[in-house]
Ligand binder design. Sequence first.
Ligand code: PLP
Length: 447
Amino acid sequence: GAEAVEAGRRAYELDRKHVFHSWSAQDKIKPMTILKAEGSWVWDGEGRKLLDFSSQMVNTNIGHQHPKVVAAIQQQAAKLCTIAPQHVNEARSEAARLIAGLTPGDLDHIFFTNAGADAVEHAIRMARLHTGRYKVLSAYRSYHGGTQLAVNVTGDPRRIPNDYGDAGTVHFHAPFLYRSQFHASTPEEESQRALEHLETTIQLEGAANIAALILESIPGTAGIMVPPPGYLEGVRELTRRYGIVFIADEVMAGFGRSGRWFAINHWDVVPDLLTFAKGVTSGYVPLGGVAISDAIFDTFRERAYPGGLTYSGHPLACATAVAAINAMRDEKMVEHAAWLGEEVFGPGLREIAGRHPSVGEVRGTGCFWAVELVKNRRTREPLAAYGGSSPEMDEVIAACKSGGLLPFANFNRIHVAPPLNISVEDARAGLEILDRALAVADRHAQG
Ligand code: PLP
């Protein structure tokens, strides 16, 4: 109603006056006000309803305001809001049990953090202590978080202004057939050549210096490049052979996003460490963590782990995780996400690609899809240069919003990443809005 809109206006004024926004030139942004959110829907500052195809930061996997999870937070708040991390608390023990049951292999020990970036920081710290080595390998076209080391292993332009060259990080090219660095023309070729390139990188950097290799099981923000057959198995084999700790970053791809509990479950691969955050609580309360293998756990049986935080295993966050995981399981959200990928998003997006000259490629799995927009299908020139936006992309995003869809956009891509429990009708309706909005992109496309 009018009152809510007025409250939103006041919030906007105060925001512009007092709030400092992430990743932004403060005077160049016009943030959207959200008055409320429910399920797959959000209401903007004017009270307009938008279908959330972004899941915000690709984290509200159970949708907004899931009643069982809201109730669990209320119950935990009434019972025990917080307690120091050295004490046992029921919520943390149960969250750890549930997560250990979902992670592959022997990743049965859980260290809780506040979010994804600090999970990555701790995973690398564990790997360095476990191996006695320093360097960390990571992929170009990746994102691992905004804190110092996490942004240094990140392989997107946000690293560059934060890179002082002293973090021991080395980047390599992971497979990306559509923009292959390896002149490959098939997924098998891309996989094999990317592995050769990785092995060469390891040898040239000196295996004896490399503590860890961190890789998103399916790179998210960088473009949802589902690894080709054999790649992750090959990474596992190389890291084992050279004594390098393999960290699978499942912060975005995990907790059902890809149609499996963890994206790595699409392959028969067990990493040494696995980082998670986002979907573990659907962001209702911040939480992240590292799942640790037996071998790395053994390193810290007699030797103290030199790391910690006030809120490691925060009861409110852990109770949220327990409720979110149980809701996902009871309501078969992961199965639903897989089904939507197979039956709705895959076929629907391929049809869209067939109709629009501006669509270079669609790719993904589950509720995790990228639409790669190009000016020219033949040259694959992107609709926005790598690392930036463009007036053309801004137009497409504006057309989505005016059509009633909130998209996730990155450079020249629109990602389709709705809540895993989005209804089939809403999923189809969202695709129709996207379809219409892409007419705007077509005007800038040839070939
Ligand atoms: N790792 C991956 C793969 C991510 O996508 C993100 C966030 O987008 C992070 C790490 C960092 O997580 P957070 O923003 O919770 O610190």
